[in-house]
Design a protein around this ligand. Sequence first.
Ligand code: ADP
Ligand code: MG
Ligand code: ZN
Length: 604
Amino acid sequence: MNKNSRGINLVISLLLIAMLFFWFSSTLRRMENTCTQAEFDQMLDSGVISGVLIEQNREVPTGSAHINLTDGGEKVLNVTDVNVLIAQLEEAGISPVIEDVPGENVFLTSILPALIMVGGIFLILMMMNAQNAQVNGGGKMMNFGKSRARMSVAGDHKITLKDVAGLKEEKEDLQEIVDFLRDPAKFTRVGARIPKGVLLEGPPGTGKTLLAKAIAGEANVPFFSISGSDFVEMFVGVGASRVRDLFEEAKKNAPCIVFIDEIDAVARRRGTGMGGGHDEREQTLNQMLVEMDGFGVNEGIIVLAATNRVDILDPAILRPGRFDRKISVGAPDVGGREDILKVHAKNKPLSDDVDLKQIAQTTAGFTGADLENLLNEAAIVAAKADRAFVNQEDIKKAFIKVGIGAEKKSRIISDKEKKITAYHEAGHAILFHVLPDVGPVYTVSIIPTGQGAAGYTMPLPERDDMFMTKGRMLQEIMVSLGGRIAEEIIFDDITTGASSDIKKATQIAKKMVTRFGMSENVGVICYDDDDDEVFIGRDLAHAKAHSELVSGEIDREVKRIIDECYVKAKELILQHEKVLHSCAQILLEKEKINRAEFEALFVS
Ligand code: ADP
Ligand code: MG
Ligand code: ZN
């Protein structure tokens, strides 16, 4: 809706309201005074009528009678046959005055209501039209249940993978999807199965939406994008019908991409809805799952979804045949940040003293969106100073401004903290590597995750082990302790950063003792019969199933296990102290180190 028609709409609405009010008050007044034929008969009998004015329609016998009462009051009677009334009055000795129905009265009683109706309908249609035009670009009416998805047709995307800086591994993962969309035959010929759904997951602002758009641009296929919150409406059933509609459209346009942004709005774990409205969401989610199961593999529809909250998603959505591929999009490392800065500096004239590399180094934990924002703020500072170039000083000023905002999310990290984190993660990584049943290390990183962790060490995705062995559990405890041990070896002091590691180690040890019967002193008895039910207050209500004596024994055992692990882990790390230093050094430089680079450290 443009501004002009919005103005007209406003005027029409105001007029309608005024008319409605006018009409209402006059009818109300009439209604108050209206009397029935029976009441009239009674008044006539009791002789309280002093005079009658009949307003008569000329063509028909109907009309209305204004009755003046002897006490000064006035009543109105709707008359079905004026002649009958006149006869009745004459019988009672009253001669009525007869007039034609006044013109404006006809207007008030019949034309005005009709006008209001027509105007109202017109207005509603206008509004619905405008809404549809906004979301669909088309003017169909009455389509609440339509998908709302915005379709962009092949060829009109401007964003390609080139616009997405950094994210090298993520782009590689997605490249095969692009290849498939470009030339499906190449894959189907050899019987390859292409994933139906790909879930992009990671903190806000890391470029997930951008990446999805870039894939569509790269593959040159129609791209339906919709946000999860578009499905969640007030009207029950609308979400589900929108999903149906969306996939119908997609099937007509295959090969194509369906992109569901912020999917967590619909795909939240079912049955956890608080308050009203979650039934609607469940319906929508169910419909989505049905649709995804419904189209065959290699039909040419690829569903991309993005979320910041993979932890709250319904597990059903991640089952094979649905979103069977998950790509984590993390905050960029130094190199990635420099690339992103370069992309966004393209249309901003920079003065020679700007050192993007140095900016990249000082912005650990910044996402792509933060960096874009940083350069934009710098440009604003430059513009305020009436300069045609952005200089390093502007960026510094912008950094302070943006940094305060970013600090809430990720914190600006001091060099000292960085160093501690580097050694901490290196400690974990070494143990992953040297212990036989855990690892191998996939990545080590000191890029803050945005969820409070200063860094992470990621082993390769779980191997298919049916059972945890006692040995493996002990090794996991050691790995958990590794970070803290490294801090202790290198710095005389220790930090609070290891608290979640310590918690994890303790939990494993406790389970070994109380659930799996893995300690000699406590024996093969299960002292821990909780069934992982989610129930607030369970721990409080849960009566201790064992005596204080056993409790003390359990605590002693847990402590013994952890102490032994600590000693062994420390020995191992000390044996590889050289690697500890070299790994930490590389982390400080590059913030991230992959498996090959890490394993090379052990050879030299
Ligand atoms: P998300 O969907 O992950 O929350 P977006 O894709 O909406 O994040 O990113 C927001 C903005 O941040 C983008 O429009 C872009 O300007 C910038 N941005 C984020 N990541 C990158 C990147 N890797 N390369 C270039 N720009 C990026
Ligand atoms: Mg997004
Ligand atoms: Zn740790």
